[in-house]
Design a protein around this ligand. Sequence first.
Ligand code: XIL
Length: 505
Amino acid sequence: MHSDLRHRRKVARTALPAAVLLLMGSAVVVQSSAPAAAAETTLRAAAAKAGLFFGVAASPNRLYPIVGQEFSQLTPENDMKPDRIATSSGGLQNTSGADTLVNHAQSNNMLVRGHTLVWHSQAGALQGASQATLNTFIGNAINRWGSRIAYWDVVNEALEDNNTGRRRNQWPHTMNRDANGDGDFFDAGDTDVMRDSFIRAKQVVQAGGLTTKLCINDYDVDGLTVQGGTPNRKANALYDIVRNYRQYIDCVGFQAHFNDNPNSIITDDLQANIQRFADLGVEVHITELDIDDDLSNNDIGAGQAENYRKVVRACLNVAQCTGITVWGISDSESWRSSERGLLFTGGNGSYQKKAAYHAVLDELNKGRNPTTPPTTPPVTPSVPPTTPPVDPTTPPPPTTPPPPTTPPATGCSATVSLNSWTGGFVATVRVTAGTAPISGWSVQLTLPSGATVTNAWNANRSGSSGTVQFSNVSYNGSVNAGQSTEFGFQGVGTATGLTPVCSAG
Ligand code: XIL
């Protein structure tokens, strides 16, 4: 449970009837934007046009018509958690609520996010279980619903509070072992609950030929920084996990429960943080969005609406941000009802749209706006993935990329930075356009003998050893003059002295 809940200071407010709030909220929208001619009138339709899903957390007793009308994705708020469905030996029980939700989603043409397999909280009969038992549960749960689950949160909230960048020290993370004492859990000899759970989940998905994608989900990981500009160490730690386990992880969820805790505010670098995860080749989702109305300076909804707009825009501006889910329908039925953080007021199937709803709809209707480049340039990871220092509060020295080659007048250039460990490596290649824009690129490099590429992201690949060729995928071929894009690959063996050769076209 979030520790900030215990320390919250609430601003006293004069209570206003819902109807007044609604009128005031609506007035804001009318002033700020006239609806576009072809604007969609539901969140799901507007989101679909922009190429993303817009979802909601739901429970079986709240499956009102609005769920299928406004939303195109459903996350069981509680009904797929281990305390509901797991037995102590990793079997399944009490799945009827989850079944109801999955069926409802299916008949309303909604995606489902399974939530969640491995979590220290709401663990029920799994509390204290071994990795073997967790693996049994992972197999049973994934196989029960198969490809009807589009995304599974395999690991939830693995990282500690208070921006330490460390893992939690509660079960199941007490099972982690750092065999060589180097301060991380990424080495082959280490025991890592996250890695082992993802490996198991991936095996199950592959064995069943499922289309289900496997996600890691956490909170306070939203921006590159937290309040005051301090680096978001929790986000950096999550980034390292995804980078190291990229072959097992398909998607990253930012819970996005924004409140007035210094580590969970909305920062201007949210988009850049989404982008750096996207650059690893994973899908990014905003999975549990609610925005405390306190963040609106007690202005009865208008500031909250603008905050919603910011979050939706940040996602829309990154092509691989493929979905946003709000954590409930209405304020009064929310897990944090006092924060009035959702898009509707009302209850029991009778809901009224808030200013925040209109802002989200309006922003979705504007679309992805791909001609506008992100406001923040691509970010170089602040922490290398393989060998964090023994003291995690001290940032390790950054890996030194080779000096950039001078960009040619036209065409492109490429640089590579390498993170290596005994027996393996991850390479990040930056492709930079010359003085003219390019509409496609390919990069060739020659690996030393014994080195083999095992997977790549943000690029098509041909070859796996010797001379290997990479080329752009659909969304990163066009690079403006002087701008860059990144792709990456992972391999076994030793990769040194890589000299990438870039050609445009
Ligand atoms: C919350 C539910 O909304 C509540 O009904 C329940 O009592 C506690 O859990 N992070 C998560 C969600 O991943 O599962 C949590 O959901 C909210 C925080």
